[in-house]
Design a protein around this ligand. Structure first.
Ligand code: GLA
Length: 663
């Protein structure tokens, strides 16, 4: 856990698990607020996020301040024991801002304006936008600094916009100037001798707007770095304002998980609380694994300490092609899963389902069916159970995460561009495949940045790191030399920090580490195509490799690559030149993990049962639709029901127990 002088999630939870959601009562007459607070109490809601999109309501015309409704709301919530995560409303500027100051509106890569009428129509580098955002943040912070309902600040909402407009272009140039100092250095980094792209001054550089054919990949990479930094500046400006008024109140901004636009590692370091919005698809049989991945990632961004689910859906979302409700029990299971994996806040978008607007078919905790509806009834149960768990888990850490999965936004940005050998390779999907193998093997994992200290992990897994800095390559080598076990997937160490291909197609330090003499050719596979290797079939990719001093290899047994190594091992360093099919990857990885001394939280776990230890408790979660019996040696008490269990736990469909050892 971090030991910083700044406040933490503990300052907001105070020994409880926060339970609640976005509350947008502007949509309802004030009489409805009375029913809201009554039902919140009934459901065990102790926290709501207010004001996320309220700018136009607070400042209906330039300079106006209409705080009366928010005063009444904050007071009402406080009277009913509901804490407030207060949002700065800066993700939804009012229409007048765009009308009076069109430069506050972002442009897409074709130069088209992103208009008001939806949300998030702000140009991150616009001076005028930033000035108005700062002004309303200042007044909001000053007004509610001393309000007893205030527990946390929520800056903006899901920062996500790219901007290719003129002001963004100026800011991009300034950013490049700071990064490279001279235009010659930029030309070298971007390789502009190719296709005659040489720049004579920084003034000639534009964002990667619409072009005739492929962009310069280094330009695109830097534009993504710049966008993440520019959005971060917006966050920091508002964070610093609220911090000045309330140094004791923690600050967060809610991440979209696995979102390209933000380097979440860099952002998380600037937050008191790391929070995320997580929406697994209820129809996805691996929705539980997706949730686990996002939880592990967010907890790791919080450096292993407690983190917050700022939003999830109690039922259906409304942005997939077809939107399914959560079947009975799934909301509870996934909420408990987040707690198992370190969450100290389980919140939803949103409290009361809207009757108007773009999200009226998106579920709420209180759905159109009202308090009698199944969704609300299940929410009540979850609220009651989390209230029981709070004193046992709030503030505690997940135990036994001996495996680190490495993840890097720079590598993602560099690998996802056009002009690559295979458009079938999707970085998040590759990461997900490796995480799935570990999850199905019941292994508790963390995520780490390739530059982090890895020495505390028994096993480090690199699903793919196309771009690897010199320092990161040295870090991996030092980790193995220090006794660690490393498993790397293909397309790792291909390029340097500028996305310049390393001589030999793979960093020489890594080739040496894995015992590779020559990487002759990359052999991508078509969608759905597989390649045979001894004992498994590979997917997505394969490589024509010649081993040097690898200690052992698993060879390809198919076609052009017959006999070439598919998997190599040199000492404790493993390299997979293809992605084995899921079951094979699980078996191979489980074997390597076991050799590295990694143990699951419990032996003899049935398939589909997730086990996680947190705060001295054992969480068992059945992601299957069939009941299962899990052998659990010893005597335990289930904190959810109070029941005593001896030697085993029965888990129904989507069932869960939270076990405390009984004396
Ligand atoms: C995001 C947003 C919310 C809402 C939900 C819908 O998480 O932050 O305002 O739009 O998506 O799923």
């Amino acid at each position: 856990m971090r030991t910083s002088p700044t406040p933490t999630l503990d300052d907001a939870t105070r020994g409880r698990i926060l339970f609640g959601g976005d509350y947008n009562p502007e949509q309802w007459p004030e009489e409805t607020w009375q029913e809201d607070v009554r039902l919140m109490k009934e459901a065990g809601v102790n926290s709501v996020t207010v004001g996320v999109f309220s700018w136009a309501r607070i400042e209906p015309r330039p300079g106006a301040r209409e705080f009366g409704w928010l005063d009444r709301l904050m007071d009402l919530l406080h009277e009913h024991g509901v804490g407030v995560v207060l949002a700065t409303p800066t993700s939804a500027p009012p229409p007048w801002l765009g009308r009076l100051h069109p430069e506050t509106l972002p442009r897409d890569e074709d130069g088209q304006t992103i208009w008001w009428g939806s949300r998030q129509q702000f140009a991150h580098s616009s001076e005028v936008y930033r000035r108005h955002a700062a002004a309303i943040t200042e007044d909001l912070a000053a007004r509610y600094a001393g309000h007893p309902a205030l527990t946390m600040w929520h800056i903006n909402n899901e920062y996500c916009t790219y901007d290719f407009g003129d002001e963004a272009a100026r800011a991009f140039r300034a950013w490049l100037h700071r990064r490279y100092e001279t235009v010659d250095a930029l030309n070298t980094a971007w390789g502009t001798n190719f296709w005659g792209q040489r720049y004579d001054t920084f003034d000639e550089i534009v964002p990667p707007r619409r072009v005739q054919y492929l962009h310069n990949p280094a330009q695109v990479l830097d534009f993504k770095r710049f966008t993440s930094d520019a959005l971060l500046e917006c966050y920091l400006a508002e964070r610093d304002i609220v911090r000045r008024h309330t140094p004791h109140i923690p600050v967060t901004t809610n991440f979209m998980p696995f979102w390209q636009g933000q380097d979440a590692w860099a952002w998380a370091d600037q937050e008191d609380v790391v929070s995320v919005d997580v929406y697994p698809d209820p129809r996805d049989r691996l929705g539980g694994q997706y949730g686990a991945l996002i939880h592990d990632m967010t907890r790791s961004q919080a450096r292993g300490g407690p983190w917050a689910i700022m939003e999830q859906a109690a039922g259906a979302v409304n942005w997939r092609p077809v939107n399914h409700p959560r079947p009975r029990g799934l909301n509870r299971l996934w909420s408990l899963q987040a707690v198992a994996r370190g969450a100290d806040a389980v919140c939803y978008f949103q409290w009361r389902q809207s009757r108007q607007g773009a999200e009226k078919f998106h579920s709420g905790m209180l759905s159109h069916a009202g308090p009698e509806g199944r969704t609300f009834q299940e929410v009540k149960r979850i609220g009651a159970e989390l209230a029981r768990l709070g004193e046992h888990v709030a503030g505690t850490c997940v135990e036994g995460a001996d495996v680190a999965v490495l993840l890097d936004w720079n590598a993602w940005w560099a690998s996802g561009q056009n002009g690559r050998l295979s458009a079938e390779i999707d970085y998040p999907e590759v990461v997900r495949a490796w995480h799935r193998a570990l999850w199905e093997a019941h292994t508790t994992v963390s995520f780490a940045h390739p530059g982090h200290d890895l020495s505390g992990y028994r096993l480090v897994v690199v699903p793919q790191l196309h771009l690897l800095t010199d320092a990161a390559a040295d870090n991996l080598v030092a980790y193995v030399r220090g006794g660690g076990t490393l498993v790397s997937g293909f397309l790792t160490g291909v390029a340097d920090e500028d996305d310049r291909v390393r001589p030999g197609g793979m960093d020489a330090r890594l080739r040496d580490l894995f015992g590779i003499r020559t990487l002759h050719e990359w052999w991508p596979l078509d969608a759905g195509e597989t390649v045979g290797a001894e004992g498994f079939r590979g997917t997505l990719w394969s490589e024509e490799i010649e081993a040097a001093d690898a200690d052992s290899v698993i060879p390809y047994r198919d076609g052009e690559l017959d006999g070439c190594p598919a998997v190599l091992r040199k000492g404790r360093a493993w390299y997979f030149s293809t992605l084995p099919e899921p079951e094979a990857l699980r078996i191979l990885l489980a074997r390597i993990a076991a050799q590295a001394g990694v143990r699951p939280p419990l032996d003899a776990l049935p398939d589909g049962v997730e086990a996680v230890r947190r705060g001295g408790l054992l969480f068992l979660l059945n992601h299957g639709r069939e009941p299962v019996t899990v052998p659990v040696p010893g005597s335990h008490r289930d904190l959810l029901t109070g029941a005593h269990l001896a030697e085993e736990a029965e888990l129904g469909r989507y069932g869960a127990v939270v076990l405390q050892e009984a004396p």
